[in-house]
Design a protein around this ligand. Structure first.
Ligand code: ATP
Ligand code: MG
Length: 556
């Protein structure tokens, strides 16, 4: 008698279910995706008790006849693909033929469905076993009710996190799927209360408003591009509305909401210095491409997607976002738009340097209006006025921005012209930093640094100012320590931020009129004059209206 036996289907399905449905939100995802695949134009989602009591998804799609409605519960039963070849060009969201079987194995499912010109049918499954079938009056389309989720898998049941976490996960998946399909009207209600609905009229601005519930569309930018047959439509929410998590960077590939680390990072890099440190942008990216360029058959939940040309795509996305954000003049902050952190800066001045103004490209148009200097407040804030109102410029932040762009420009090409030093320069580094330097010298040479056998500098890149050599070397060493390898674009960004910030703080004298003029001229011509590299505003505007409102001369 062999001890090994093939397990019964209900048990196999229950084991497999763990990968597909790990929480109520994943049931909702699978049911909504089935409804989308059925060409529905209206999808309603009802959730009771975090989805543990009941999840019900109703659509007005194609529907099924009785035979299909029963087959749908079998594992590996699908209408979406049939040949191996089909895996190479998947356009439907489902294709694995396992979601309904998985859900039904860990809950009690009632499916009602009706195709056009036929009668409605009902099929009931419980814990993976068929319970009953019959006819029933119902609308064209399908409704799937999932009750008592995980009732027969106590371990999973216990694993379900807090009510808050589950609710959040449910809303997140609903949001992402609704954003992915602007042509479908979605609604979500929790415990009988309607929480969100979308109109399905393809109006993305309206959709963003409906999903996020607040007006994030002010300053919304759209960027479109087609490169190598990949169509990119990016909706970029203004950097003002940053988030503390990355989840509101929504990637949609051929109508599928996906997660992809590299592409999400590309979006973050695209917004780079416009967002406060530790915050993330909000954006929705629709990518449409030939399905043979992607592989969605990576994980049962189908969030992960492999792209044939992921690096190119990431580069393209970052570039599109950067270009779009810098072409479009951001608005100057007003105190009502941005809650500023209370930060005190030491009084400092701008180190005026001919090279800096040369490095900044000639302006096409000024992004800061003409205004007259009136005075300086607290040694730090330059005050200006013009017919529109009053402006405060944080001279430290402005200097950081100017220097940052100077260094970004200087670091653009990986090979730099070098200048030899008159005397070799010993470096002011700790023993462990010297050790890293010794081992990693080849990583410094492309930047134009050369050392003698005593690890003293004998040549440096022409762009580096003498006073900033130690700072630059130190930054590079820390970059190597943190990241092991040197990513040129990250290094460039880190160095530009580090050098510009530390360089700016060093100087400490009030500005005279011609220096103020020089700062403002260079700020005007900066690529993004409105924030410092860390995302704090450089300039704040108080309009006439706002000032009059503060003095109660007008009633708002
Ligand atoms: N809402 C629906 N409307 C019409 N047909 C549906 C609906 N839900 C499921 N079906 C049918 O049932 C089949 C099985 O659904 P199931 O979700 O288990 O697998 P799938 O969608 O094919 O693949 P996956 O496991 O990747 O989701 C589908 O292929 C489809 O034919
Ligand atoms: Mg499915």
């Amino acid at each position: 008698m062999p001890t090994i036996h093939v397990m019964k289907t209900t048990l196999a399905n229950m084991i497999a279910a763990g990968e597909v449905v790990d929480r109520p939100a994943s049931v909702i995802k699978e049911l909504i995706e089935n409804a989308i695949d059925a060409q529905s134009s209206i999808i309603t989602v009802e959730v009771f008790d975090m989805g543990m009591k009941e999840i019900k998804v109703t659509d007005n799609g194609d529907g099924m006849d009785l035979e299909d409605a029963k087959l749908a519960f079998l594992r590996h039963a699908t209408s979406k693909i049939s040949e191996e070849e089909d895996l190479n060009h998947i356009l439907s969201l489902g294709f694995r033929g396992e979601a309904l079987a998985a859900i039904a194995s860990v809950s009690k499912v009632t499916l009602k469905t009706r195709k056009e010109d036929t009668d409605g049918v009902i099929v009931v499954y419980e814990g993976g076993s068929f319970v009953s079938e019959g006819s029933t009056p119902t609308n064209i389309g399908t409704s799937v009710s999932v009750k008592d989720l995980f009732y027969n898998t106590p371990a999973r049941f216990k694993y379900i996190k807090s009510e808050f976490a589950e609710r959040q996960a449910i809303m997140d998946i609903f949001d992402h799927l609704a954003l992915a399909h602007p042509e479908i009207a979605f609604s979500l209600s929790i415990d009988g209360k309607l929480l969100k609905e979308t109109y399905g009229n393809r109006n993305i601005e309206q959709l963003i408003y409906q999903i996020y519930g607040q007006n994030l569309t002010k300053g919304l930018l759209k960027a479109s591009d087609t490169i190598q047959k990949i169509e990119v439509n990016a909706y970029l929410i203004s950097p003002e509305h940053s988030r503390s998590k990355k989840k509101d960077i929504t990637l949609i590939v051929n109508g599928r909401y996906i997660k992809n680390y590299r592409l999400i990072q590309a979006v973050i890099d695209g917004y780079h210095s416009r967002i406060m440190v530790g915050k993330y942008p909000m954006a929705i990216l629709y990518l449409d491409m030939d399905p043979s360029l992607i592989d969605v058959n990576v994980h049962p939940q189908k969030y992960e997607v492999k792209f044939v040309n992921e690096f190119v795509l990431a580069f393209l996305i970052e570039d599109i976002i950067k270009r779009t954000l810098s072409y479009n003049t951001q608005e100057i902050s007003t105190p009502y738009q941005r809650v500023m952190k209370d930060e005190t800066y030491i009084q400092e001045s701008l180190f005026i340097d001919e090279n800096v103004s040369e490095a900044i490209s000639e302006p096409t148009h000024s992004k800061i209006p003409d205004m007259d200097y009136i005075g300086t407040f607290s040694g730090t804030y330059l005050i200006f006025q013009n017919e529109d109102g009053l402006y405060l410029v944080d001279q430290h932040a402005a200097e950081e921005r100017i220097r940052y762009e100077y260094y970004m420009e200087a670091f653009k090409n990986p090979v730099f012209a070098t200048k030899n030093m008159l005397f070799s320069k010993p470096l002011n580094l700790s023993p462990s930093e010297l050790l890293v330097l010794k081992e990693e010298i080849p990583k410094f040479t492309p930047f134009g640094f050369q050392f003698n056998e005593n690890l003293e500098l004998i040549s440096i890149p022409t762009w580096l100012k003498d006073g900033e050599i130690d700072l630059a070397i130190e930054s590079m060493i820390h970059m190597i320590l943190e990241k092991q390898t040197i990513d040129l674009s990250l290094l460039r960004d880190a160095l530009a931020k580090d050098v510009s910030c530390k360089g700016a703080i060093k100087a400490n004298k009030p500005l005279n009129l011609s220096e103020i003029h020089a700062v403002m001229e260079r700020l005007k011509h900066a690529d993004n004059p409105y924030t410092c590299p860390h995302g704090r505003p450089t300039i704040i505007k108080l309009t006439h209206y706002e000032i009059e409102r503060m003095f109660k001369r007008v009633v708002s």
